[in-house]
Design a protein around this ligand. Structure first.
Ligand SMILES: [Zn+2]
Ligand SMILES: [Zn+2]
Length: 181
């Protein structure tokens, strides 16, 4: 265990010591950018309306019309997300519900018709690597939609993004580098 000096702080991204930090909280420029990029990616990856693997929109969610909420308690009105519709990128297929060996239970649900992902919140690095630029386009498109919806306010520089993507094979890092200040 190190007894050196004051701080026990570590990089927000990789947990390295902050001896040689790039920006407060990060040990290097890459960590700083990857962290910022991942924050943007999370907007897409953590929603059930988009495929976390390739970034395409699978479902539209519409706020229920006001009339629909009449007579509903405040709380149930707030917890009602809205009506969902699937987009042409969504498909129906077998979805693993329980993959305990010898006890495979499958059910039918929404899968991604673009990349075949059966779990909208999972991503697969090998598949991403194979379709790097294609998925990059989809993530950019979905992020641009989210920006128009007011979910975030980050502008992404496309040429910088694709150059960084091909160089690093790292979606989060490339996005972080391309975020306009
Ligand atoms: Zn770091
Ligand atoms: Zn997909």
């Amino acid at each position: 265990m190190s007894t050196s000096q004051s701080s026990t702080a570590s990089c927000k991204e990789c947990d390295n010591d902050l001896d040689d930090f790039y920006s407060p909280g990060y040990c290097s420029e890459d960590c700083y950018h990857r962290y910022q990029g991942q924050k943007l990616l999370n907007i897409i990856e953590n929603t059930h309306t988009h495929c976390a693997n390739c970034g395409v929109r699978l479902k539209e969610v519409e706020k229920p019309p006001k009339e629909f909420l009449v007579g509903m308690g405040q709380q149930s009105a707030e917890s009602l997300v809205g009506f969902q519709y699937t987009t042409p990128s969504a498909a129906n297929g077998e979805v693993d519900v329980d993959d305990t060996p010898g006890r495979e239970i499958v059910s039918t649900g929404t899968i991604c018709g673009e990349c075949g992902n059966t779990n909208s919140s999972e991503c697969f690095p090998e598949d991403r690597h194979r379709h790097l630029v294609e998925y990059g386009h989809r993530f950019l498109e979905s992020l641009e939609e989210k920006r128009r919806e007011g979910v975030h306010d980050k502008d992404v520089d496309e040429p910088v993004f694709f150059e960084a993507l091909v160089e690093s094979d790292d979606l989060a890092l490339a996005l972080g580098r391309a975020i306009q200040a």
